[in-house]
Design a binder for this molecule. Structure first.
Ligand SMILES: *Cc1c(COP(=O)(O)O)cnc(C)c1O
Length: 232
């Protein structure tokens, strides 16, 4: 493992986050970095943990469970499309911190049900398909409020905020309008009394713009770990 490269990348990501924080007049404590470790081996995760990174994101349940079995004292974030039949495995984990990808009513009901069985209350984010990209999961912007109303009856999940994955682009400025729309929706909903704190948006190519637009969580894979090769 090229430890020096990981160390250099981590320093660089932190520097870029700090610059974006300064530019936007925010405080660095307002932004949480989730290191997206999908397709990367456990030794890289262990190394970043030693460097003080404590939040890791995965998009497949089996991979998350395999890794979680090998390393403790970190918080896991589930960031991919979640099949209902796999929800129970996440609910049994003591350190599944946040599910970012709540994208349907049926999934919400299953998370609630499994969380109740495990006597826990699961924190989740509502995934919003801001760009209305056919290939992506998530609610439309205009569906979110109604969903929140309905979800209030589910007592074993707590909706902490909103998340989006925007279409891939080399030009981060193209992501800005999508991030802004999600941030505006969050403000509207907060004004209406919904208790939403988190905005999970921004990846390797556009996390600075996301911070400028109000992200509280950025999900960074490639910029930290390097390119994803075949899973080993
Ligand atoms: C893979 C992934 C990321 C990280 O992507 P990078 O471009 O490698 O930073 C973030 N969010 C989600 C939902 C992902 O699937």
């Amino acid at each position: 493992m090229a430890v020096e490269r990981l160390a250099t990348r981590l320093t660089e990501v932190k520097r870029r986050i700090n610059l974006a924080v300064d530019r936007s007049g925010r405080k660095s404590g307002e932004i949480k970095l989730v290191a997206v470790s999908k397709n990367h081996p456990i030794d890289k995760i262990k190394y970043l943990k030693e460097q003080g990174i404590s939040n890791f994101g995965e998009n497949r349940v089996q991979e998350l469970l395999d890794k979680a079995a090998e390393i403790d004292k970190i918080s896991w974030h589930f960031i991919g499309h979640l099949q209902r039949n796999k929800v129970k495995y996440l609910m049994r984990m003591p350190n599944c911190q946040l599910i970012h990808s709540l994208d349907s009513w049926r999934l919400a009901k299953e998370i609630d049900k499994q969380a109740r069985k495990n006597e826990c209350i699961m924190p989740v984010l509502v995934q919003v398909n801001v760009a209305e990209d056919e290939n992506k999961f998530g609610f439309k912007l205009e569906e979110v409020e109604e969903f929140l109303k309905k979800a209030a009856e589910l007592k074993n999940l707590v909706i902490k905020g909103l998340m989006t994955v925007v279409p891939y682009t080399d030009d981060p400025e193209l992501s800005r309008p999508f991030f802004r729309r999600l941030a505006d929706l969050k403000s509207d909903l907060v004004q209406k009394g919904y208790d939403l704190e988190e905005l999970s948006m921004g990846m390797t190519n556009d996390f600075e713009v996301a911070i400028e637009e109000g992200a509280t969580i950025v999900r960074v894979g490639t910029a930290l770990f390097g390119k994803r090769g075949d899973y080993q």
